[in-house]
Design a protein around this ligand. Sequence first.
Ligand code: IMP
Ligand code: MG
Length: 196
Amino acid sequence: MERDIERVLVSTDEIAARVREMGNRLAADLMDRMPAEERADGSSVVLVPIMTGAVVFLADLMREMPLKMRLGLVAVTSYPGKSLESKGASISSELPADLGGKHVVIVDDILDSGQTLALVRRLIAEQAPASLSACVLLEKKREHAEGVSAEYVGFTIPDEFVVGYGLDYDGQYRNYPAIATLKPERVREAGPNSPA
Ligand code: IMP
Ligand code: MG
């Protein structure tokens, strides 16, 4: 795996420090939004991670949030196989159905074209949650669909294809512990004339 890596953009130590800050900040903001009895009860906070890219970030982030919460997973497909660009987001699992009145935080690895977040935000908003925010580890410096944004952003990175810490290329490199670019010879966009 290591030999396929070109350049590390965000190191494991930088990620760990930032995720700790984000978790604490997010938890504090959620506490502020809840009346005392709701805080103690803790039944109104739901994190909605977007599978599969969010898994690593989610696991670290939620353990930096000292409050009661539940998870409601959603799966969205946007980069099938060897593609390096979003092919348009579509929901490939049921959305959690009980988000009305809850404090919902969408968690994703990266805000890129924005199609994924725009779609998930819209569908969750239809359930009338008490509050809705989005938390992404990375945001690419580019325009996002529908001008969508995330309230919590770990790092802004250049508009390059990256892997690691949950982000994949053709299903691989999710377990690489830092955010990095791949060597160009490892990255072959699947097109009509390219070998599979
Ligand atoms: P968007 O809909 O284009 O914003 O894409 C969001 C999803 O595409 C993310 O949840 C990632 O899973 C995936 N994605 C976007 N950029 C990259 C990248 O540079 N490397 C790997 N996956 C990416
Ligand atoms: Mg994803």
